[in-house]
Ligand binder design. Structure first.
Ligand code: ADP
Length: 246
């Protein structure tokens, strides 16, 4: 194993990948890339590479899980064995079960579940490569997969974390910053409604630092939201162009 550097922010105030403390990693998103799913999205958030596929709404099976007055939303977050430097067991871990629940809870407030009684919607998330902040990037992609499946939503959900590295509040931590840094605050957010749907904190922060982290994380969410909307529009522009050619 390489020895880990002790300093995460250099004397010029730049992080190990050259970012300023309040700078996002690059984010690229494509929508509708899995023809066999009802809706799908692929995100590259820094070195994270994540696919999300949605199925539904369809009749909920097994039937005893049906809800007479609403849709049931299920999410499965899974990391591929090759997504991290040391082979990860393909079997679902406790962490993956927890993240599946956290991601579902972050998406649920956006979905008009009451419009689809007795149905189920499944979202499958495959992390192909992980580099810190996969729960956030998964939420961003999963909400687009739901929108791409035509499921009515109050807003897109977008997520981003902020944290504390080398005693400074920094936006969008990568894996090494997450591991050596002192705190990580993932935030999921519906920008149009100005509503937070997920707020977690790992590590220690003063109240002021916490408020600062939440503020810059929601700022990061707003930037990713623009990329999300563009990705959704791009898919429909391509369909329009194809129809014109026909
Ligand atoms: P998040 O990915 O949302 O930040 P965690 O804080 O639990 O969630 O994980 C931080 C990072 O640790 C992951 O993004 C990934 O890069 C790394 N990681 C997670 N699980 C493993 C694992 N089994 N082996 C190696 N690295 C892992």
């Amino acid at each position: 194993m390489n020895e880990k550097p002790k300093k995460l922010i250099n004397t010029k105030g730049l992080r190990l990948d050259g970012r300023k403390p309040n700078e996002l990693r690059s984010v690229k998103i494509d929508v509708g890339i899995l023809p066999n799913a009802d809706g799908s999205a692929y995100i590259e958030h820094g070195k994270n590479k994540i696919l999300a596929g949605a199925f539904g709404p369809r009749e909920m099976h097994p039937k005893h899980l049906q809800q007479a007055d609403r849709m049931v939303l299920r999410c499965r977050y899974h990391m591929a064995p090759f997504s991290v430097p040391e082979r990860k067991s393909p079997a679902p871990s406790r962490r993956e079960n927890e993240l599946s629940k956290v991601i579902r809870d972050a998406l649920l407030p956006a979905v008009f579940i009451e419009n689809y009684p007795r149905t189920g919607v499944d979202v499958f998330i495959e992390v192909l490569q992980a580099d810190g902040g996969t729960r956030c990037a998964s939420i961003t992609a999963a909400s687009l997969a739901l929108a791409d499946a035509g499921i009515p939503m109050r807003d897109l959900v977008v997520a981003c974390a902020a944290g504390k590295v080398d005693n400074k509040i920094a936006l969008d931590l990568m894996d090494i910053e997450d591991k050596i840094g002192t705190a990580d605050v993932p935030v999921a957010y519906m920008p149009n409604l100005n509503a937070i749907t997920l707020l977690q904190m790992d590590g220690k922060l003063s109240l002021k630092e916490f408020e600062n982290a939440v503020e810059i994380a929601t700022g990061g969410c707003k930037q990713i939201y623009e990329i999300q909307k563009e990705a959704l529009k791009k898919k429909y522009e391509i369909i329009e162009q194809e129809e014109e050619v026909e």
